[in-house]
Design a protein around this ligand. Structure first.
Ligand code: CDP
Length: 785
């Protein structure tokens, strides 16, 4: 027998088509709204029209009178069960239903449970709420102003609107670096609010069975096990009597990490009515009230030597968290991973100060396709780097190359204290420059300039930490961050794999099976993957921040290796030799001295149930909990070229090059899909996405007519390249990839436009770079009379 061809069995490196797409493209996905339970009731939420107001009274009598209404819940009723408030993922509290005040537009004020969703909606409109409007705060400057109204007057020891005031880095060393600098560059930016806007909004179906006391909740959660723990703690129900099932999710992007009031209310409603209760959020509800990302004001300085070396960096951020501090982030890092900034550059000293403020906006700051503020960090980094290169009159690529951490300088301690393990930043940049034809483009740009055409090129190079934990440093509400996999190989050699991760469209059903194929030689099509049911999947921290491959993917490799170790014993028994005389090749054990005598992994599986050696436990299954030694550090170089129309400020993307290094790729096609999706989100944020708040706290952009998702019509084409630097500590050498392009991409687009209009002397335009903003910058150009 010859060795198996790994690509043919769908192992590592195979461009295997996504198995889940078979049901998705046939309309056979099983999303939350597809689930119908016998006797199911429907829940609708009444939301506040005002951003800040005291609630004088809530009159629900007319709603109760509507036929078909089964229950009307208010904050007062929730309070009698100690459920009016719930903890957030950042040790803050959040109102489930408002009792004293509303603190943002769209906040949940009451809810109705009825026989159908239309009756529930009509009944919501019949509820009369008497509000006393209060002054509104919509940005950190207003939050910090003298005499600003106190938003969280519900909290003890909260004298002002500041949530945290924190610093990291070497203040004295950084001051010294600035004293030695030949030049100091500065930049100030706002990374605006953005919304993850998954195509499927949030929802839940709670089903409490009085007879068994079992609570089953189907819900849109990226982290079902964390939710189970939260429900056990908040509702004081026994954890083993709670089953959370996340069915197919229509995207998540961080939006489906938090526990939202709607989930909690549907659970209480099911307990009270003893019927299943379904809540399906509408689009505006999703856009105005759930998990916003970003909204950070960033400013900083870079100390530079005349030859282009960076001596030090200072950064300050003011983050707008909305009315409740609801980020998901490890308790050790108060501002998340903002201090991953400048990790690919060799910078002797850096100092970061960060403040977080309450405002009258929906809770913000979720890790929207990123790890806890890493997007803002990378955006600031790459905008700052371009500004510094321009100030010194240096080529932006050369400036980066000069300051990169060298390939032989790993492990490398970053300016804010992380330990990066590997990188080839210069090579990654070179691949990108070659692909774009850098020198030639610079010539074309110069030629075009002479003829009044504005071409620009933007570069963004970065490395970012992916794969929380390790458990020493990373937790959510004190629960350590690791992940898990359970593998059962049946007697016929078919297998079922379950993990603590939860795919939302990333393709885990395809790629996890490829890891098993790689480790065991079982064809990937013989491995079915299941995630998202807490009664069956092993405990895990879920999927966000591209942690699945670094942590759960590693657990899949480790559990497969445990199975292989047992299979080796079975092979020795079947071949009647000692284990030491056995060799392994993909899918087969053989006798070292007689390679043609061997047994397949499938034969070992059968033996595990029918012919095991004396004393061996039957069966071929196991589990693995993987606690990574470190984060993985993928890196990338994104290069964008644009042409700006000087008459209108409209800009077109001419080319987008992405060079990504996510270590060893499990499925290159899935990886490419992740990069293209990430670049599209980056382009959307840079060019068109705008969700903001007027002075009264009204959310502007609360529908898809105003908050734009790019379609294939607007989306530019992408050219993808790769560099492969295996992660030294991951069992497969893999690193995360899902969020890289969203994190690193925006700066490339913005840098390209700013490069095109460099002659104006305008230093920054905040995203989105709408044509009117660019036009305004162009009309301020200094060389136009
Ligand atoms: O946590 P999440 O699944 O969002 O992100 P990820 O771990 O970066 O993985 C996204 C998808 O890309 C998954 O299907 C991975 O299996 C796949 N991937 C891969 O094939 N090779 C890598 N080196 C990294 C991810």
């Amino acid at each position: 027998m010859t060795a198996l061809d790994e690509i043919k069995i769908g192992g590592m490196g195979a461009r295997r088509k996504r198995v889940e797409d078979n049901r998705f493209i046939r309309g056979r996905g099983n999303y939350i709204d597809d689930i119908v339970l016998p006797g199911m009731l429907h829940m609708e939420i009444l939301r506040s029209p005002l951003a800040h107001a005291r609630i004088r009274s809530i009159d629900t009598s007319k709603a109760w009178d509507i036929p078909g209404v089964r229950l009307v819940l208010t904050g007062e009723m929730m309070a009698t069960r100690n459920l009016a408030w719930m903890p957030t993922l950042s040790y803050d509290t959040q109102a489930v239903l408002a009792t004293d005040k509303v603190r943002f537009q769209g906040q949940e004020v009451a809810c109705v449970i009825a026989d159908d969703p239309y009756i529930a909606k009509d009944a919501c409109e019949a509820i009369v709420v008497d509000y006393e409007p209060l002054p509104v705060i919509v940005n950190p400057t207003q939050a910090l102003a003298d005499g600003a109204p106190l938003i969280r007057d519900d909290k003890e020891n909260q004298p002002d609107n500041v949530i945290y005031d924190w610093e990291v880095g070497d203040r004295a060393g950084t001051d010294q670096a600035f004293e030695q600098a030949d030049h100091v560059s500065e930049i100030e930016l706002h990374y605006p609010r953005s919304h993850p806007s998954p195509l499927e909004c949030c929802g839940s179906i709670a089903d409490f069975d009085r007879a068994t006391s079992k609570l089953t909740v189907y819900m849109t959660s990226q982290a079902p096990h964390i939710v189970r723990a939260a429900v056990a703690l908040i509702a004081e129900l026994p954890e083993h009597m709670i089953r959370i099932i996340s069915p197919d999710l229509g995207g998540g992007f961080g939006n489906k990490v938090p526990v939202y009031p709607g989930y909690v209310m549907s659970i209480l409603a099911s307990i009270l009515t003893e019927r299943p209760v379904k809540w399906i959020e509408d689009r505006s509800g999703n856009l105005i009230s759930t998990g916003f990302g970003r909204d950070v004001y960033l400013k900083g300085q870079m100390a530079l030597r005349a030859d282009g070396r960076i001596l030090g960096v200072r950064m300050h951020t003011d983050a707008d968290h909305g009315a409740f501090f609801g980020d998901a982030q490890p308790s050790k890092f108060k501002i998340g991973l903002m201090h991953s900034a400048f990790s690919c550059y060799d910078i002797p000293a850096a100092h970061l100060t960060a403040r977080g403020m309450y405002t009258n906006k929906a809770p913000g700051g979720v890790a929207y396709r990123c790890s806890f503020r890493v997007t803002e960090a990378m955006f600031f980094q790459e905008r700052m780097v371009q500004a510094a290169a321009d100030d010194l009159g240096m080529d932006q690529a050369e400036f980066r190359r000069l300051n990169f951490v060298r390939d032989d300088d790993f492990p490398h301690r970053t300016p804010f204290g992380f330990l990066t393990d590997s990188g080839q930043y210069g090579k990654c940049l070179d691949v990108g420059l070659k692909a774009v034809g850098y020198e030639k483009f610079l010539e074309q740009k110069e030629e075009a300039r002479k003829r009044g055409r504005l071409l620009g090129i933007g570069i963004s190079t970065m490395t970012e930490p992916l794969g929380a934990g390790n458990s020493r440093e990373y937790d959510i509400l004190g629960i350590k961050m690791f992940d898990s996999a359970e593998l059962r190989v049946h007697m016929t050699g078919k297998a079922i794999l379950r993990t603590g991760a939860k795919t939302q469209g990333q393709g885990h059903e395809t790629t996890w099976a490829q890891i098993v194929a790689h480790e065991l030689g079982l064809p990937a099509e013989d491995v079915v993957v299941e995630e998202g049911d807490t009664d069956t999947a092993p405990f895990g921290m879920g999927t966000y921040a591209s942690r699945s491959t670094p942590v759960a993917g590693a657990a899949v490799a480790m559990v497969s290796r445990k199975i292989r170790a047992k299979a080796r014993k079975l092979a020795a028994h079947l071949l009647e030799v000692s284990e030491e005389d056995i060799e392994w090749e993909l899918g087969r054990f053989y006798i070292r001295s007689a390679p043609d005598q061997g047994v397949t992994i499938q034969e070992c599986a059968m033996a595990a149930y029918s012919n095991m050696p004396d004393g061996m436990e039957p069966g071929l299954e196991g589990n693995a909990y993987y606690d990574p030694p470190n984060l993985t550090w993928p890196f990338a170089c994104y290069i964008v070229t644009v042409e700006v129309d000087p008459e209108t400020g409209v800009w077109d993307v001419l080319s987008t090059i992405a060079v990504d290094d996510c270590g060893v790729r499990i499925n290159p096609m899935v990886v490419e899909g992740q990069i293209m999706g990430g670049l599209t989100e980056a382009y959307a944020m840079a060019s068109m996405q705008f969700i903001t708040f007027d002075a009264e706290g009204n959310c502007v952009g609360s529908n898809f007519m105003d908050y734009l998702l790019p379609t294939s019509w607007e989306t530019p084409g992408y050219e993808l390249h790769e560099v492969v630097t295996p992660c030294p500590h991951h069992p497969l050498g893999a690193k995360g990839i899902g969020e890289c392009a969203t994190v690193g991409g925006p700066a490339a687009f913005v840098n390209a436009v700013m490069d095109a209009i460099k002659d104006t002397g305008v230093r920054n335009i905040d995203m989105p770079l709408l044509p009117d903003r660019v036009y305004e910058a162009l009309t301020e150009r200094h060389d136009v009379s």
